[in-house]
Design a protein around this ligand. Structure first.
Ligand SMILES: NC(=O)c1ccc[n+]([C@@H]2O[C@H](COP(=O)([O-])OP(=O)(O)OC[C@H]3O[C@@H](n4cnc5c(N)ncnc54)[C@H](OP(=O)(O)O)[C@@H]3O)[C@@H](O)[C@H]2O)c1
Length: 320
């Protein structure tokens, strides 16, 4: 993480809050989905987008928790436009149902924030028999994005505004398996380790990069600017519920947090910046830290790995 006072090209730094980086931006008329908006960074992201006038669709698996968050936001911002909808990102059936309901609701979609995540879980398979973190953090979002991309493109054409996809990754994407993505050993319990979380976060970056490549080819063919951009980011280190499954890591983080932690308000800043800020018009395929473009690992920049992951995702989710 950069120094807290180190303002770089954007004019913002690690200490900037989500409110500060969106100051003066009018999001009225925009609609955003925020996954995992029932806890942590997702709550603050939803609140600040709503504060800027964005119609926020909270995509959560616990709708009671979602309804509580909505109530709290409405108390502060009575005219906020907020819906709560159910999604379990670890289940392809649930993701498909969410996307189908969303499409049939006729709502536009300008911003998709793929924020939900589980961290460092004990070995577990999803309903679709895929390692839980890869299923939730990457595949659920990969499928959701594919299923909603058409809606985002038509919203972009109709409203003449660029759509934005924001993948919330992590600095920990650097600390994964040496092969990056273990295509052949995804569900291998004997060799399963904490690196699986990092693997899923590496997949978030590769996903945004490959999607950008594909969107750029399309916009080149249409001889027009980007209709939709995709970027990824590290939010910083924030004490949230993320490490609820790993007491040991949680303890370490608690100690480290005295020196390196951000508040949730700072932790949602990069997401809100990438989702809303006019500075980023047309910017895609970048990785952000502290509201500035940063360098991810060499694996995260590996275009062949990104393409292979895309094809792998298509085959596992049976998406087109
Ligand atoms: N906190 C950090 O230091 C840190 C650092 C780097 C990256 N990140 C990333 O930031 C994102 C947000 O994490 P956070 O720190 O805010 O953690 P958090 O407080 O645990 O929030 C995670 C959110 O994801 C939701 N979620 C988990 N599994 C889901 C599923 N199967 N379907 C739908 N929603 C699901 C959770 O819902 P429930 O409450 O119902 O479980 C919760 O709303 C994650 O992608 C994480 O990897 C966080």
């Amino acid at each position: 993480m950069g120094s807290l006072s180190n303002k770089q090209q954007s004019g913002f730094s690690a200490s900037s809050t989500a409110e500060e980086v969106t100051e003066g931006i009018d999001g009225t008329g925009l609609t955003a989905i925020v996954t995992g908006a029932s806890s942590g960074i997702g709550v603050e992201t939803a609140r600040v987008l709503a504060l800027r006038g964005v119609h926020v669709v909270m995509a959560v698996r616990n709708t009671d928790a979602g309804a509580n968050v909505k109530e709290v936001i409405l108390k502060e911002i009575p005219n906020a436009k907020i819906d709560v909808r159910e999604i379990d990102l670890s289940s392809f059936t649930s993701v498909r149902k969410f996307a189908a309901d969303y499409r049939s609701s006729g709502l536009p979609l300008n911003i998709l924030i793929n924020n939900a995540g589980v961290g460092v879980t004990p070995f577990k398979l999803s309903q679709d028999s895929i390692e839980l973190q890869f299923a939730t953090n990457h595949l659920g979002h990969f499928l959701l994005t594919n299923l909603l991309l058409k809606t985002m493109k038509s919203t972009s054409r109709e409203s003449n505004t660029e759509g934005r996809i924001v993948n919330v990754s992590s600095l920990s994407h650097q600390y994964g398996y040496h092969e990056g993505i273990r295509f052949d050993k995804l569900n291998d319990e004997p060799t399963y380790s904490r690196h699986s979380y990092a693997q899923s976060k590496l997949a978030n970056i590769l996903h945004a990069n490959e999607l950008t490549r594909r969107l750029m080819v399309l916009s080149f063919l249409r001889k027009k600017g980007a209709e939709v951009t995709a970027n990824s980011l590290h939010p910083g280190t924030i004490l949230t519920n993320l490490l609820r499954y790993d007491g040991f890591l949680k303890c370490i983080l608690k100690v480290l947090s005295i020196f390196i932690s951000k508040t949730v308000q700072q932790g949602a800043a990069t997401t809100c910046f990438v989702a809303l800020h006019p500075q980023l018009k047309g910017v895609g395929g970048e990785y952000f830290v502290d509201c500035n473009i940063a360098k991810p690992s060499s694996q995260a920049k590996d275009a062949d790995l990104a393409t292979r992951l895309w094809d792998f995702g298509l085959s596992l989710t049976n998406a087109k």
